[in-house]
Design a protein around this ligand. Structure first.
Ligand code: M6R
Length: 607
């Protein structure tokens, strides 16, 4: 949430800041700003409400050749999206950009009588607090930043510069990511390594409680308690193609269509189809430790939570004597939940930065429970703090709506479940069908996308004016329907909700009328007949049904999408592709911003 960039070097700082902010725009996009400082200590602060394009226009009219600067794209927390609330915030001679939330900003503000506040933000309070220690340059900037941060409660990723020191940027983090790009004669700063791609391949990921003084040819990292840190320089693996649209109109469609390949990356080297087994190195649990697992806690938010729910349905099918509890991170972190002996926690997050998920990880670890990350973003905070993990390796996911990550998260978790089952001695005849289908999935995903794409686009046009949708499924199709409903609501603003088919008669059936349409998932299998009866009940009440099925279906619903595939166990994964496409095409038909839906941001780094 929110994006930070910074630059100090020999090149034009404005150019890097704008291009970096464009890369980070998916993290927040209600306002943006940059400040650069010239060699003769003159700052140029430029801010604009709305998208980075608005800022870019303003910068084009105020071109400078400054070699140092910081920038920010905002997702509003305190104060409406507006130019005055946009970062950087100024206090005396210092300028500050901030991600996160300063929880005690009201108390701090009361102590800062000398500063005339221009915005409603908590971040300006932090700027004023830094200035109160900096005193117009009387004390070193880094010391002032440290003094201020010691008084702060909350989370921050912060970058600060001063007109008085046009050769250094001070950065610090606690709970909000910050990456330092190590260049040749230049140093770059970003809240996400994607802004650095194409500029440098070498990066330092700052840890919580660390502060760094950054110059064009030096980086000095310390803890807030002034202990020196020998920072590790890591390689950025992302390439430029992975963060570009690659000929697609929207990142979302690109990411949906990438799934055959992204899932292959998740599976690479991890399946042995002949033996019907899987091998995951990352979790780092011995056979003995795996055998002792009795309870799995799966933690995530949004799509990651749905992936956990779906994976849980699968894992309990083939793993004996195990209970599975999939929880919403923002709830779990404040519950007094009892964690039984023999528990292991799966921490699921595409970004690896989600604040609530991270808080759960820390609490679960504190209780002495082993934590395994199911993470996409390499080097992210969650990936670094878990005891072990399995990267899903789907590459950058840029569209706010998560798609390719979901598919791979489910399968990565199922593979972890298979690893437990193997250790517990479950017969390979039971596990093999799962392994075989997983191996076939990338190709079947490709085929399903190809076969259904056009039809879904047509159907979506017909339903685009509905304001309400009900998604329905049973068993593994139920969490799938939850994920489908989330996708539709978050990008097309249709009030879409999912129910377990069996729950209809307990309330939601009362909704069925001409304002609603229903998306029914009808997989072949043990509950097929029951699902058909449930659909009859909706039809009898005048429902407007789109059925998605992989088997024979002859009820008189308005539309049927038939998936032709030999995949049976994981048919809901294929059905979810249809739901992803449906959300995409509905949003296109409505003319909304597909990749940057209103009010949202990609990486939710605040609580
Ligand atoms: O990065 P994470 O996987 O931790 O993100 C969790 C949710 O914020 C995310 O899945 C969100 O629900 C998506 N916008 C859904 O498409």
């Amino acid at each position: 949430m929110c994006g930070i960039v910074g630059y100090v070097g020999n090149k034009n700082a404005q150019d890097f800041l704008i291009s970096g902010l464009k890369r980070l725009e998916y993290r927040g996009y209600d306002s943006a700003g940059i400040v650069t400082i010239s060699g003769d200590n003159k700052a140029a602060l430029i801010r604009a409400e709305g998208k980075i394009a608005n800022l870019e226009d303003k910068v084009a009219k105020n071109k400078r050749d400054d070699k140092i600067g910081i920038g920010h794209t905002r997702w509003a927390t305190h104060g409406e999206p507006s130019e005055k609330n946009a970062h950087p915030h100024k206090a005396g001679e210092i300028y500050l950009v901030h991600n996160g939330i300063i929880e005690n900003y009201k108390e701090l503000k009361k102590t800062l009588k000398e500063h005339k506040f221009a915005s409603e933000t908590d971040s300006e309070v932090l700027a004023a607090l830094v200035e109160s220690f900096y005193k117009g340059g009387k004390y070193p900037l880094a010391d002032a930043v440290v003094q201020a941060l010691k008084l702060v409660k909350g989370t921050y990723g912060v970058a600060v510069i001063s007109e008085k020191n046009p050769d250094e940027v001070v950065v610090a983090r606690s709970g909000s990511p910050l990456v330092i790009g190590v260049g040749n004669g230049e140093t770059l700063i970003a809240s996400d390594a994607s802004a650095l791609v194409g500029h440098t391949k070498r990066a330092i990921y700052l840890n919580d409680g660390e502060v760094a003084v950054i110059k064009k040819d030096s980086i000095e990292v310390k803890t807030l308690n002034a202990e020196p840190v020998s920072a590790k320089v890591e390689e950025i693996e992302t390439n430029l193609a992975a963060i570009q649209k690659g000929g697609y109109e929207h990142f979302l469609l690109k990411e949906i269509m990438e799934q055959p390949e992204s899932l292959k990356e998740t599976l690479r080297g991890r399946l042995n189809v002949a033996e019907g087994s899987v091998r995951l190195g990352g979790p780092g649990l011995s056979e003995g430790e795996l055998r002792k697992i009795k309870h799995l806690i799966i933690v995530g938010c949004g799509t990651a939570y749905h992936a956990g729910l779906l994976a849980g349905y699968y894992i309990e099918q083939f793993t004996p004597e195990i209970t599975i509890e999939t929880v919403i991170a923002s709830e779990y972190r404040y519950r007094q939940a009892y964690i039984p002996e023999g528990s292991v926690a799966l921490i699921v997050s595409q970004s690896g930065e989600t604040a609530d998920t991270l808080a759960c990880l820390r609490e679960i670890k504190r209780q002495g429970v082993k934590t395994i990350g199911i993470v996409n973003a390499i080097g992210s905070t969650i990936a670094r703090e878990v005891d072990g993990g399995t990267y899903v390796h789907v590459g950058p996911e840029i569209s706010v709506a998560s798609t390719k990550a979901f598919t791979s998260q489910v399968i990565a978790m199922v593979m972890f479940g298979l690893t437990i089952a193997q250790a517990k001695g479950v017969k390979s005849t039971i596990l093999k069908p799962y392994v075989e289908e997983i191996a076939e999935l990338p190709e079947e995903i490709r085929r399903t996308l190809e076969d259904t794409n056009e039809k879904i686009a047509e159907i979506a046009k017909k339903y685009k004016d509905y304001e309400h949708a009900i998604y329905l499924g049973r068993d593994t199709a139920y969490p799938t329907s939850m994920e489908g409903a989330l996708k539709l609501k978050e990008i097309s603003y249709v009030d879409a909700n999912a129910y377990a088919f069996g729950e209809l008669k307990h309330g939601p059936l009362a909704l069925v009328d001409d304002r609603f349409f229903e998306l029914a998932l009808v997989p072949e299998g043990a509950l097929y007949e029951k699902t058909i009866s449930n659909i009859q009940e909706v039809l009898a009440r005048g429902g407007h049904i789109i059925a998605i099925t992989n088997t024979d279906f002859d009820l008189p619903v308005e539309n049927v999408v038939r998936i032709e595939s030999q995949i049976k166990i994981f048919a809901p994964i294929l059905m979810n592709l249809v739901l992803q496409l449906f959300a995409y095409y509905t949003t296109v038909a409505k003319g909304y911003n597909v990749d940057q839906p209103r009010n949202l941001a990609k990486s939710v780094t605040v609580e």
